[in-house]
Design a protein around this ligand. Structure first.
Ligand code: OGA
Ligand code: NI
Length: 354
């Protein structure tokens, strides 16, 4: 018999990873990307060094004092070295985090014909399916996702918003409100941690800085040694807030992959390229990836917080001085630029250096 026929990515992308798994198919060639990947990684069992920050100690209403100062220092040091932290004290009840995890799981657990009501075309971005086809030779991700613009409200395209489970839309709207609150709180705290005027980042994002929700579904895979749930990348947003159920997400630091632990009460706040630009390189936008797992499927929800379209952003004036000359140019619509590079398997950040 002839060797396995390799289909073009466009054809492959018309089929969900979940369908291939249900059919018992092995990962086809375009998904295979881990051969020869020898970067050291933890085994996920040791206690994670990824810092934990209690946002309740940083909120405006928190009394000023040593706790507040200590926590601000922790926040700054986490973002300078890791580019992320596990946020607790964020004001979102754990029961609500469980609820949104549950509706996400239920959505992906439905029959394919139900999910396909919200399907995107191969080239579209929003909707249910896979990311648009990457550049030739770039691997595909062993995952399916539902991508939705959630804020500002007039950007919501309800035709992509699931009607089942029944509570999906309401819960997502409520989660969006919570994300607005968390981004406000976090943006102010980050400014304070650098001794900046507390609105300096919020002003750069703009009053209507968009939020986009990406529900990721990582199917089990018989060959986790060959594929990745999501290939290594940094995000093109300002920063991203990630909720997960099972482990799988890893952060690259000092040439080693560190697993983000399972902490049902925490959300991960992850710097993206535009915060690295605004802080003149002080906060790091870390490379991260998602492993595939042979035993458990995994669901995550990433919410991207990005400056308004067409708005120029750049290093905050007070972070540019003789000791720290300007590292980045001012940019507009960086996320679009980032996407083009992402599709080619590289990063865009170096292209906006001075
Ligand atoms: C992303 C991402 C991580 C995860 O969607 O950009 O990095 O845990 N997601 O799903
Ligand atoms: Ni990411």
């Amino acid at each position: 018999m002839a060797g396995a026929l390799i289909q073009p990515a466009e054809v492959l992308l018309s089929k969900r990873v979940q369908e291939m798994v249900i059919n018992g198919e092995e990962p086809p060639a375009p998904y295979i990307c881990r051969e020869g990947d020898s970067t050291e990684e933890d085994d996920g069992s040791v206690e994670s060094p990824i810092p934990i920050v209690d946002l309740s100690l940083l909120s405006l209403s928190a009394p000023c004092g040593d706790d507040n100062e200590d926590e601000l220092h922790k926040l700054k040091s986490a973002l300078c070295s890791w580019g992320c932290f596990q946020a607790i004290g964020h004001g979102i009840p754990s029961s609500f985090l469980d609820e949104i995890r549950q509706v996400a799981k239920e959505f992906f657990g439905q029959p394919m014909e139900e999910k396909k009501k919200y399907a995107k075309t191969v080239t579209e971005f929003e909707g249910y399916g896979a990311d648009p086809v990457p550049e030739e030779g770039q691997p595909l991700d062993w995952s399916d996702r539902l991508f939705l613009d959630v804020y500002p409200e007039d950007k919501q395209k309800l035709k992509f918003w699931p009607e089942k489970p029944d509570s999906f839309r309401d819960i997502l709207k409520e989660y969006t409100e919570k994300m607005k609150m968390v981004t406000k709180l976090t943006s102010k705290a980050m400014a304070k941690s650098l001794n900046l005027e507390e609105n300096c980042f919020l002003d750069q994002f703009g009053e209507q800085g968009p939020l986009q929700a990406r529900f990721n579904y990582y199917s089990r895979c018989q060959r986790p040694d060959l594929v990745l749930g999501l290939k290594p990348h940094s995000d093109g947003s300002g920063y991203t807030i990630i909720l997960q159920d099972e482990v799988g997400l890893q952060i690259l630091k000092d040439d080693k992959w560190h697993t983000v632990p399972q902490n049902p009460h925490a959300i991960l706040v992850l710097m993206a390229d535009q915060m690295e630009i605004m802080t003149n390189g002080i906060f790091k936008s870390p490379v991260h990836r998602v492993l595939s797992n042979s035993e458990k499927e995994r669901v995550s929800l990433a919410v991207f917080y990005t400056p308004e379209a067409g708005k120029e952003i750049g290093p905050v004036d007070d972070l540019v001085n003789v000791e720290r000359p300007r590292v980045f140019k001012n940019v507009k619509d960086y996320a679009d630029l980032h996407w083009g590079y992402y599709q080619r398997g590289t990063r865009a950040l170096h292209t906006v250096q001075v």
